[in-house]
Design a protein around this ligand. Structure first.
Ligand SMILES: *Cc1c(COP(=O)(O)O)cnc(C)c1O
Length: 387
């Protein structure tokens, strides 16, 4: 019995403590968190510098309002813009809201171009959030079921297929393309190396905005601070959230050039967005990336994990594909050989937290994972798949 609405169906476990890669439940049992709270607690649970930052800021000031200047927000904007080579930022409380801001920017861009019925191209199997606009953008019927009429603004095209986008070059209503550099919720789908560059070129040729949803792939998850750095390009709009606050709710919509000048006074806002607490914590997250060589660890552990998975699972008939970019890890399984629906519960019993998307195991372990911890994780995964 619960007074909570039934939109979640949580596993029957309650965690009461966390430290680094590990969680402890109410009975004292320990679990390896290979999901980082779904890509949020990238620097590990209860990172001491984050904890201290929360204590310090909560003794100074939690919240004022965006009707007044906010020092930490301004500082965070400067640092994020510098890191991402962008011009301006809007701060939200979540990934969906960061994307919502991006979609509003695309609409205002359409007004400027005298387009009455603007359309944004997004990818099949994509995930952009649960608000009405972002679920319409999402390329997944399960997310949309029951919520029609959807916003007609989105056309879903095949991911990692330039032709599918090129086909719309003559369509005068297209204003933007919105993509995840690596599809996360879909089970870690990594496109070909130059896909994003080619899409960006098509966007430039057609005067479309190139919007990247890095809510999951950003903040070091792939071994660079932003996944699109692998392509040496800059999008017009970049959305962040999840790892940006390491557990405090903050999202960011960054924009460059013409896209940076769309939101004017009165066009958008958020009561909580970018308050002193969350911005201070996000600044501490950036500090830790600078001071603690987090990305070096991601890249070293990524290579090690990829090798270990290959070595131990390549010959396993249940394993169809191993996909690794940084510490975004997908293991495609053959459903004829292994029952994916049982894996979550089995892993839980063995003290391991993972996610199953379709017929893939998805893992997003903390970026601070050590080689010893990788060995523990790999052992549990092999046991899970071979059981
Ligand atoms: C998680 C996620 C979102 C939604 O973020 P919320 O904070 O849950 O609103 C959007 N896009 C991507 C790529 C995500 O992984």
């Amino acid at each position: 019995m619960s007074n909570l609405m039934s939109n979640y169906s949580p596993l029957d476990v309650t965690f009461t403590k966390g430290s680094g890669c590990w969680l402890t439940d109410s009975s004292g049992k320990k679990y390896f968190d290979a999901l980082s709270g779904v890509g949020v607690v990238n620097l590990g649970h209860c990172h001491p510098k984050i904890t201290q930052s929360i204590i310090d800021q909560s003794q100074e000031l939690l919240h004022t309002s965006n009707w007044y200047r906010i020092e930490h927000q301004e500082e965070l904007a400067v640092r994020l813009c510098k890191l991402a080579n962008m011009d301006k930022v809007f701060f939200s409380n979540s990934g969906a809201e960061a994307n919502e801001a991006a979609i509003k920017i695309a609409r205002l861009f359409a007004r400027q171009k005298d387009i009455d019925m603007p359309v944004i191209l997004t990818a099949k199997e994509s995930f952009h959030g649960r608000t009405m606009a972002t679920l319409s953008a999402t390329g997944n019927n399960k997310v949309q079921a029951g919520f029609s009429p959807l916003m007609s603004e989105f056309i879903h095209v095949d991911f990692d297929n330039l032709e599918a986008i090129n086909k719309y070059s003559d369509n005068k209503n297209i204003v933007a393309v919105m993509l995840e550099p690596i599809q996360g919720e879909a089970g870690v789908i990594i496109p070909q190396q130059d896909y994003l560059n080619e899409v960006k070129t098509v966007c430039e040729e057609n005067d479309w905005l190139f919007i990247l949803d890095e809510v999951q792939s950003g903040m070091g998850r792939t071994g660079k601070l932003f996944a699109h750095e692998y392509n040496n390009l800059t999008p017009d709009v970049l959305c962040l959230a999840k790892g940006l606050g390491n557990g405090v709710p903050i999202g960011a919509c960054l924009a460059k050039g013409k896209a940076a000048d769309m939101l004017l006074p009165g066009t958008h806002g958020s009561t909580f967005g970018g308050n002193p607490l969350v911005c201070k914590v996000a600044l501490s997250v950036l500090d830790i990336f600078e001071e603690d060589t987090i990305l070096d660890n991601v890249n070293a552990m990524s290579d090690y994990i990829a090798n270990q998975l290959k070595k131990n699972l390549e010959d396993c008939s249940a394993v169809a594909q191993i996909r690794v970019k940084g510490l975004m890890i997908g293991i495609g399984l053959d459903e004829r050989i292994i029952d994916c629906t049982k894996l979550l519960q089995k892993a839980l019993e063995d003290g391991l937290l993972i996610n199953i998307s379709g017929n893939s195991i998805r893992m997003l372990p903390p970026l601070i994972i050590t080689q010893k911890e990788v060995d523990i994780l790999i052992k549990k995964i092999i046991k899970l798949i071979n059981a």
